[in-house]
Design a binder for this molecule. Structure first.
Ligand SMILES: [Zn+2]
Ligand SMILES: [Zn+2]
Length: 60
């Protein structure tokens, strides 16, 4: 068992419990959103644009 949790998307360390880390496919919650949810409704949407999801990291 390792406590070295590295995001599969951005390569940064992820500060989550191992359970949550696995839940987010070994990514940050934000990276998971970008990878799997962000452009579902608007394919090709840029990461810095709000996709309309209340959880979107790009929403202000
Ligand atoms: Zn990440
Ligand atoms: Zn989004």
């Amino acid at each position: 068992m390792s406590d070295d949790q590295t995001c599969q998307r951005c390569g940064e360390t992820v500060e989550l419990s191992q359970e949550d880390f696995e839940l987010f496919e070994r990514m940050h919650p934000d990276c998971f959103h970008y990878a799997f949810e962000h452009d579902v409704n608007k394919p090709g949407l840029a990461e810095d644009e709000d996709c309309g999801d209340p959880a979107c990291p790009s929403a202000v």
